[in-house]
Every structure is written in C-alpha cells, then in structure tokens.
Design a protein around this ligand. Structure first.
Ligand code: SD4
Length: 331
C-alpha cells in the first residue's frame, strides 16, 4: 500500500511540472470530453503495437471500442501473441536460450504508474498476465526466475512446456555452430510492445518477449524493464521498444521518449530523438535494430527505428493500419 501511495504522490508531483500544451480536437459526440483545466481534450480510443501484429491490435480494439479499460486492452492484445505458437519471439513457441530453455520477460504499466514485471520466467505461457498479478497482488514490481514461476503457480497459472518442436529443431541446428548473431528484422526483433488509450482517456502499456534467441541463460533485455522497454505516464503519453535490448536499457529508451514528449515533442519527434541518442552512443555501428513507438495524450502516434523494415500497427476509428516506420539508416 505504501508503495502505491508513494507512486501516486510522485506522479502527482511530476504532473505539477507539466506544461505541454494540449490541443483540442473533436469528432463525434460520443467521444469523452476531459477537462484539463483550460482546454477541453477530446479522447478517442486507440491501440498501437510494435510490428504487424494485426490480431493483437484487433483484440485490444475489441476491448477499447466497448468502453473497456486500456489495461485490459494491452494485456489481452499481448496475450494473443503469447499464445501464438508461430510467433517465435513471444510466449509459447519462443526461441530458447543457448541451453535450450525458453525464458520469458514481460511487463505492464497502468494509468496510475503502477507496474509489474516478470524476468526470465519459464514454463508459463502468459508472462504479461503474471506481470499484472505482480502489479496487483504483491508489494513488488519485479519477480525473476524461479520466484516468478512459483508465484505464477500460486496464482493458478498452469505449467506448460513452451519449447515447440520447431524452435527445438532450430536450436539444435544453431548449436552446431553456436554463433550468436542477431539477424536484423528477421528473427530477433518481434517483441510485442503495445500501448492503448481508452474512452476515458487513460493510457496503459505492456511488453512481452522471449528475448534474444540463444542468449546466455539468465540474460534479461529491455522488455520487462520499466523505463527501458516500456514507460507510461498518463499525463503525457507512453512508449515501448523492440530490438537489441541492451542498447535500449543503456539509454532508458522508453522513459527518454516520454520525457521528450513532456518537453513538447510529438511522439514522432520523440521516437526519432530516442533512436538518434542510441546511434550517437554507438558511433559507426550499423549492425543492430531498434524500433520505438509512442503515443501521446491526444492520441497522436509515432514510430522510428534504426534499420528499414520496422512497422507498427494502429487501430482507432480512423482504421486498422500497418504503418511503415521511417529509419535512421536508409538501406
Ligand atoms: C530483448 N527487446 O530481449 C528484446 C528483443 C526483441 O523480439 O525485441 N525481440 O532485447
């Protein structure tokens, strides 16, 4: 309880510093009007996710369009990918670490700045759902490894073998050379980060992954790290990341993007600045991919990446779209 109050108080204090202009927009009369003091803001729900995860945004939209909560929308959207055995970078079917174990990372964050995460958890199909339980049922933010798994069983989650035959065969093939080399845009970068605004204007986010294929046992990337793989500030907006997590952690990427939006940048400008920051710390390096997406309180979105090939999906009243992202490197 104390932690929750502390979080509430600190986000309220942060809110006092906010001066980003909120511009009114309007559409149909069913939209919720939020009184932000001097400007009425019209809220329209939207879901946005990394990559072309059509089923995930469709699921999130199903929740949002009926007036559901953005927290349920992002969780249920992320769960679609976790359950898809053909997605080899999230949930069941995820590629294992170099020892052949599938270890999953996920986090979730709500409109009040509450958050939960699980790190390197095995045998549980929906880490985002366990992360939500960590957030709602414990005084902690993160549970890792065996502790996370034990907690999941206590919460009623089932034990499941997450290593599919296909991922196992590919791992056995990989073991012949054991060369660790992430392949840009192909197999190592399909983490789902998903953000949503609901009809009440509240923002939530989630991020879930099996991490980099054939990683060291115990390696954790950015995806379950609040501020790196995901950050939500309901006063400002939210951001999430995909790609080589080490570099996202080093710049606390998603937090950086939300802070840039706080300073007045659009989601697009903030994502571009986030990628440029990473590139300035990695001068001359061109062999890795990172993609950021962001949303602000007005429902504006943006995305930017290092290498061509990254796309992100949006679902709102304007339609259900896969958006090609501009990139820092052009080819
Ligand atoms: C990680 N960001 O563990 C993740 C990798 C990723 O699809 O995006 N995989 O570093």
């Amino acid at each position: 309880m104390q932690r929750r109050n502390f979080l509430k108080n600190s986000s309220a204090a942060a809110a006092g510093l906010i001066s980003a202009p909120l511009i009114a927009s309007c559409k149909d009369e069913t939209d919720t009007k939020i009184d932000t003091g001097d400007i009425a803001l019209t809220i329209r729900p939207i879901a946005i996710c990394t990559w072309n995860f059509e089923n995930a945004t469709a699921k999130a939209w199903e929740v949002l369009k009926d007036g559901g909560d953005s927290l349920d929308a992002v969780q249920q959207g992320a769960m679609v990918e976790e359950a898809d055995v053909n997605n080899q970078t999230v949930g069941i079917g995820g590629r294992p670490d170099r020892d052949g174990n599938v270890t999953l990372d996920a986090c979730i964050m709500d409109k009040n700045g509450n958050c939960g995460a699980v790190l390197a958890m095995q045998n549980i199909a929906s880490p985002v759902s366990v992360a939500r339980k960590v957030m709602e049922e414990t005084p902690h933010v993160m549970l890792a490894g065996k502790g996370a798994e034990k907690f999941a069983y206590e919460q009623g989650f089932e034990k499941l073998n997450l290593l599919t035959e296909q991922s196992k065969q590919e791992w056995l093939e990989w073991k012949k050379t054991s060369e660790y080399k992430p392949i840009i845009n192909i197999e190592n970068h399909d983490t789902i980060g998903i953000l949503a605004i609901d009809k009440k204007g509240d923002i939530s986010g989630a991020c879930t992954t099996s991490g980099m294929a054939y990683k060291y046992a115990g390696r954790v990337g950015d995806s379950p790290i609040i501020g790196a793989g995901l950050f939500v500030d309901n006063e400002i907006g939210a951001a999430t990341a995909t790609g080589v997590g080490e570099e996202v952690v080093r710049t606390v990427g998603s937090f950086l993007i939300v802070e840039l939006m706080r300073q007045g940048k659009s989601p697009q400008e903030a994502c571009e600045e986030g990628v440029k920051r990473i590139m300035s710390k990695n001068k001359g390096r061109t062999d890795f991919q990172i993609g950021f997406i962001a949303i602000n309180k007005k429902g504006e979105t943006g995305g930017y990446c290092i290498q061509p090939g990254f796309t992100y999906r949006t679902y709102s009243e304007e339609g259900h779209m896969n958006n090609p992202s501009e990139s820092f490197l052009k080819s």
